[in-house]
Design a protein around this ligand. Structure first.
Ligand code: B12
Ligand code: SF4
Length: 456
């Protein structure tokens, strides 16, 4: 047997399952699942000069063996997966394995995570994770590591995409150019977790990464690719010679900036996800998203479609102006104006956000069962709706938008290639028809949501 001090440090990195994103019985079919970059990024950051073996497990696609052999286990935690992460942490720690927790939830509420780990990592981990590993090897692991604010994304190792099985994802051509967002929407975790100073990888590094990977299509996971328009311009210009198609996230402000939109189209942009959030201007105004104007949503779609760009338009339900008719009105508008892939979530007051603090101060938070903080469960008392109406209305909006006639209407106007548009619509139809399986709130009354709004 190999002496202990000569054995490599066995590191396992795990992304725990949530109620919706899980190996069996989940709702994210392969057509909705692209390679997450968290574990590949952390794996690449493990210092080469340490003798290590790294294994990565995405519980969205495979079960975790709780008896797995490892010396140190790192778990990435979003709010909805916190209970599962804490459960796994307890089991591994009971076996004497060192457990490290990091990710959005840990960053938002570090004290919630601290008791469940030997060490936690707050914020991004480009510098702190390698430091943590060195400290562990030297026998001086600290209970908490916080990324210094002067983080620089230049010259970092590329995510190691080989650590996850590629065939289990629709695509592994997933890239990250920027982080953080300059805006301050009250319900969004981004400004509260990571601040409002955009962080950017040098354009030439991103272009080289895409070229090396040989991608014909790319998905950017950046939360707002156009936060810094100067950078966006440089990035889009840099992408033109690659001749690829790409998909990403942007705000509606891009549709107001026609030169930048033209450049995005010229650089191969074929689909954008935008947080339209609400069709009630007052909701947007009160939640620091004033730059969205519902009266202009049709124009946004038109301008994107003119440039062969599809729109995945995301709405949230449950903001204070929403009454019982909001679901049908929103879903119908999404269909009428030709949003290619409408998505609906229940507004979630993630801990650490301004929305959470306000609802908490108003005594309206109903549960801190983090498992229900997944965008599809009601965890607070809505103002003009009952909990049940909000839950059922959201499901009804999904079903209305993804009824066969409405899918057919969309496919007729979509600028996307028919097989792609059909596949994604079918993926979301499956999602719409299976959401009810995940409504597990004690207070949720079960009934047919379609009967409420007379969906087609
Ligand atoms: C890709 C993605 C997905 C994919 C894959 C999910 C997965 N398993 O990773 C899909 C589409 C399936 C998905 C689904 C959902 N997602 Co998502 N998703 C993302 C997205 C866009 C990118 C994640 C990523 O790859 N980031 C890149 C890596 C490098 O960044 P990172 O994860 O933050 O990791 C860094 C640090 O946080 C830290 N770190 C992270 N974990 C760990 C662990 C350790 C041990 C250490 C040391 C450090 C560390 O180190 C990394 C390097 O600095 C993020 C937003 C974003 N851009 O981060 C949202 C995000 C994580 N998702 C979010 C949400 C809400 C969801 C859903 C609930 C939405 C829904 N209703 O459908 C579901 C739930 C999924 C689930 N797990 O149960 C929220 C989480 C908020 C929260 N507080 O919980 C985010 C932050 C988006 C947002 N704006 O709110 N998602
Ligand atoms: S624009 Fe989008 S990413 Fe930026 S703070 Fe608002 S919701 Fe979050």
């Amino acid at each position: 047997m190999e002496p202990l001090d000569r054995r490599p440090l066995r590191i396992a990195l795990i992304s725990p399952k949530g109620p919706l994103y899980r190996h069996s019985g989940g709702i994210f079919t392969r057509s909705l699942r692209y390679l997450p970059l968290t574990l590949p990024t952390l794996a690449a950051l493990v210092p080469d000069d340490l003798d290590t073996e790294v294994a990565c497990i995405d519980e969205g696609i495979e079960e975790v063996d709780v008896e797995l052999e490892a010396d140190l286990i790192g778990l990435t935690v979003i709010t909805g997966t916190a209970p599962r992460a804490y459960e796994l942490a307890a089991r591994f720690r009971a076996r004497g394995i060192t457990v490290v927790l990091g990710g959005p939830h840990v960053t938002l509420v570090p004290d919630d995570a601290q008791p469940h780990a030997d060490s936690i990592v707050v914020g991004y981990a480009e510098d702190s994770w390698p430091q943590l590993l060195r400290d562990h090897v030297a026998g001086r692991l600290q209970p908490r590591y916080t990324q210094a604010p002067d983080l620089d994304l230049a010259g970092r190792p590329e995510p190691d995409r080989s650590v996850l099985p590629r065939r289990r994802y629709l695509t592994t051509d997933v890239f990250e150019a920027t982080r953080a967002c300059i805006h301050n929407c009250s319900f969004c975790v981004v400004p509260f977790a990571w601040g409002r100073q955009p962080l950017q990888k040098p354009v030439e590094e991103i272009v080289a990464e895409i070229r090396r990977k040989g991608s014909q299509r790319a998905i950017f996971i950046d939360l707002n690719l156009v936060a810094d328009r100067g950078y966006a311009r440089r990035l889009f210009k840099g992408l033109i010679p690659l001749g690829i198609e790409w998909y990403g996230l942007a705000t509606t402000l891009l549709a107001d900036d026609l030169p930048l939109l033209d450049l995005a189209a010229e650089s191969g942009c074929r689909g954008l996800l935008m947080g339209l959030e609400s069709i009630e201007q007052a909701n947007l105004d009160r939640n620091q998203k004033r730059f969205n104007t519902p009266d202009d949503y049709a124009l946004v779609v038109e301008r994107l479609h003119e440039r062969r760009i599809s729109l995945q338009g995301c709405f949230v339900f449950g903001l204070d102006e929403d009454g019982p008719d909001i679901f049908e009105r929103t879903a119908q508008l999404a269909v009428d104006i030709g949003i290619d892939l409408p998505r609906f979530a229940i507004v979630t007051p993630f801990p650490g956000t301004a929305l959470h603090d306000r609802l908490d101060a108003e005594g309206r938070i109903l549960t801190h069962n983090w498992e229900l903080y997944d965008g599809q469960h009601v965890v607070f008392q809505p103002k003009r709706l009952s909990v049940d109406e909000l839950q059922a209305g959201t499901e009804a909006a999904w079903k209305l938008a993804y009824s066969w006639p409405n899918i057919a209407r969309r496919l007729r106007v979509s600028p996307a290639r028919l097989p792609v548009a059909a596949l994604t619509n079918l993926g979301y139809r499956h999602y719409a028809n299976n959401l009810h399986r995940f409504y597990t709130c004690d207070w949720m009354l079960r009934r047919d949501p379609l009967s409420r709004i007379g969906a087609s």
